[in-house]
Ligand binder design. Structure first.
Ligand SMILES: [Zn+2]
Length: 287
């Protein structure tokens, strides 16, 4: 059964399960640890995974016997457990987009924390091979450091999403600092690519009210995800592949990473699961 949307913090903002620790200075890692405590899986669940009673149907190549335990936060399960609405989702204020609604077996691939001079070109080559358009959530300082890679992403026709300047946990920042994190990233991405992102993804899926207020003012659509194979934790190529294949369904927004550390597992897994989803009839859109 779908779990409740019950992880709202007393302060009113939402923390999600993504605890990717890339691009994280030591001070931020402490914040991540706190999120881990706040959103840890149910008691008795060992390690990063817990039991999931409502595993969604896979894309036709599921591995029920080999599937790892839960990979999703209850909030994400809640969102994947309901069908996406027809047409473009109309978001309530204070709610990011979790799914796309472009028709049966249409999903979106989002790739976060780059651009990286090592991994982004490898991922671009795979996407080009299969004719897939994805969304790259860029960290502003990385776009500033590797503008040529950012331009390569844009030139290939992929969507670019604002992922803050420095990948801070925005739940710890004052509203003015939140605004600075987002606007500075927009400036860096614009300087590198000539594009101003129309969407924003919060690091770690932390969505304090100040983020929604600023996104509304800046014309940015808040973008979340619904399938997280936790590639950032380097769980193994097979685990990433199984996570995506078992959790992806119509409307899924898949989360992967091209920055923040060694992403060789992400690249290797992409070569496996992407053609499989395509063979299973999935199509890729951008949010
Ligand atoms: Zn990130």
């Amino acid at each position: 059964m779908a779990t409740s949307f019950g992880a709202r913090k007393p302060s009113g903002f939402v923390r999600h399960a993504s605890r990717h620790v890339c691009c994280v200075p030591a001070t931020e890692t402490r914040g991540v640890a706190r999120v881990t405590v706040a959103l840890s899986e149910p008691a008795g669940a060992a390690g990063p995974a817990g039991a999931r009673a409502d595993a969604p149907a896979g894309p036709g190549k599921t591995h029920p016997a080999a599937s790892p335990p839960a990979r999703q936060h209850p909030e994400l399960t809640r969102h994947t457990a309901r069908p996406p609405r027809r047409g473009q989702p109309r978001l309530a204020y204070g709610e990011p987009m979790y799914t796309v609604a472009d028709g049966p077996k249409v999903v979106a691939l989002t790739i976060d924390d780059g651009p990286s001079p090592v991994y982004t070109p490898q991922i671009l080559a795979i996407l080009r091979r299969y004719g897939v358009t994805a969304s790259f959530s860029m960290v502003g300082r990385n776009a500033a450091a590797f503008p040529g890679v950012a331009r390569e992403v844009a030139a290939a026709g992929h969507m670019i999403v604002n992922h803050t300047w420095n990948h801070h946990d925005l739940g710890y920042l004052a509203a003015v600092a939140v605004q600075d994190e987002i606007s500075r990233a927009t400036d860096a991405i614009h300087a590198a690519t000539g594009q101003r992102p129309g969407m924003f993804r919060a690091p770690y899926g932390v969505w304090p009210p100040a983020v929604f207020r600023y996104c509304a003012r800046a014309g940015l659509t808040p973008l979340a995800w619904s399938v997280d194979p936790r590639d950032w934790s380097r769980p193994g190529v097979g685990a990433i592949v199984r996570g995506i294949e078992s959790d992806t369904r119509t409307g899924s927004i898949i989360l992967e990473h091209d920055g923040g550390g060694n992403r060789s597992q992400t690249v290797a897994a992409l070569k496996i699961w992407l053609p499989r989803l395509l063979e299973a009839g999935y199509q890729f859109t951008t949010p």
